[in-house]
Design a protein around this ligand. Structure first.
Ligand SMILES: NC(=O)c1ccc[n+]([C@@H]2O[C@H](COP(=O)([O-])OP(=O)(O)OC[C@H]3O[C@@H](n4cnc5c(N)ncnc54)[C@H](OP(=O)(O)O)[C@@H]3O)[C@@H](O)[C@H]2O)c1
Length: 238
C-alpha cells in the first residue's frame, strides 16, 4: 500500500479517527456500481478487506442497515486478535459494538449469528412503528433503541450513539442508510474504495433514497495497491 508518489503508507495513521465522527465506508466499481454479482465483496481484494478490518478496529460502533446485514451475510462482529490487542492497549473494549438499523425487524431474530455469537451485546436501532413481537424477542440479545417514528431519524443517530459512549461511528451502509445519513447532513467522512471494474448497467449506486442536497467533500488522501484506489473524503473544515 503506497501513496501516489510511491511512499509507503502508515495505514492506522492515515485512517486515525477523531471523535466524535461519523465515517461511511463503501467500495464501488469504476463505473459507480455498489455490487458485482449481487454483493460488494467481488469488487474488492485482500487489501480492501484489510482496510475494512482496520476501520472497524478504529471505531466504537459499526452501524449497518438490515438490508446489508441480510445481503452480505454478516456474522458476529470481531476484529482480529492484533486489532483487539491494539484496542485494549488504548483503553477501548476488545471489539466495537454492532448496531443494526431496521424499521421492520424482518429476518432479524435473536438466533441470527450477528446477535447470537456477538462478543459484545449489539444494538438494534429501530422506530416507534416496529412490530412489537420481533422487538421483544430481540431485547433478549441486544439493546433495542428507538430513533424515529416510521423511519430512522438519521439526524439524531450520532447523538444517540454518543450518549451511549459510542462517538466514533463507522457505517458500512448500505445505500439506503447512507442516503438517509447524507440527506440529514450527518456524514463527516466517506472512505471509498474504487475498484477497476466496469460493472455495467443494472446494479445500484452506493447511495439510494429520495434526492437530497448535494454536498462537496474535501479529498484527504489517495492510497493504492496498484489495483484499487483507497480514497478518503471528509467534510471540509469551515
Ligand atoms: N458497495 C458496498 O460497499 C456496499 C456496502 C453495503 C451494502 N451494499 C449492497 O447494498 C445492497 C443493500 O442495499 P440496501 O439499500 O437495502 O441496504 P441497507 O441500507 O443496509 O438496508 C436497507 C434496510 O435497512 C433498514 N434501513 C436503512 N435505512 C433506514 C432508514 N432510514 N429508516 C428505516 N430503516 C432503514 C431497513 O430495514 P428493514 O427493511 O428491516 O426495516 C431497510 O430496508 C446489497 O446488495 C449490498 O450488497 C454494498
Amino acid at each position: 500500500m503506497r501513496s501516489l508518489s510511491g511512499a509507503p503508507v502508515d495505514l492506522p495513521a492515515a485512517y486515525a479517527m477523531d471523535r466524535p465522527l461519523l465515517r461511511v465506508n463503501f467500495v464501488s466499481s469504476a463505473d459507480g456500481a455498489s455490487t458485482l454479482n449481487g454483493r460488494s465483496g467481488d469488487l474488492g481484494n485482500a487489501n480492501d478487506q484489510h482496510v475494512l478490518g482496520l476501520l472497524r478496529q478504529l471505531a466504537d460502533v459499526l452501524v449497518v442497515g438490515a438490508g446489508t446485514l441480510r445481503a452480505e451475510g454478516y456474522g458476529a462482529l470481531r476484529v482480529s486478535d492484533s486489532g483487539a490487542a491494539w484496542r485494549v492497549g488504548r483503553g477501548l473494549p476488545a471489539h466495537p459494538r454492532l448496531a443494526v438499523v431496521s424499521a421492520r425487524l424482518h429476518g432479524l431474530g435473536p438466533e441470527h449469528p450477528a446477535f447470537a455469537d456477538a462478543p459484545v451485546r449489539p444494538l438494534v436501532i429501530t422506530v416507534d412503528a416496529a412490530p412489537a413481537g420481533p422487538r421483544k424477542a430481540l431485547e433478549d440479545v441486544a439493546d433495542v433503541l428507538t430513533c424515529g417514528d416510521e423511519t430512522l431519524d438519521a439526524a439524531a443517530l450520532p447523538g444517540l450513539l454518543a450518549d451511549r459512549g459510542l462517538p466514533g461511528v463507522l457505517c458500512e451502509g448500505g445505500p439506503t442508510l447512507f442516503g438517509a445519513l447524507a440527506a440529514a447532513d450527518r456524514v463527516d467522512e466517506l472512505c471509498l474504495t474504487l475498484s477497476p471494474w466496469l460493472a455495467g448497467a443494472g446494479p445500484d449506486r452506493i447511495i439510494a433514497g429520495p434526492p437530497s442536497v448535494p454536498r462537496r467533500l474535501a479529498l484527504r488522501h489517495v492510497i493504492t495497491d496498484d489495483e484499487l484506489l483507497f480514497l478518503r473524503y471528509a467534510r471540509p473544515v469551515p
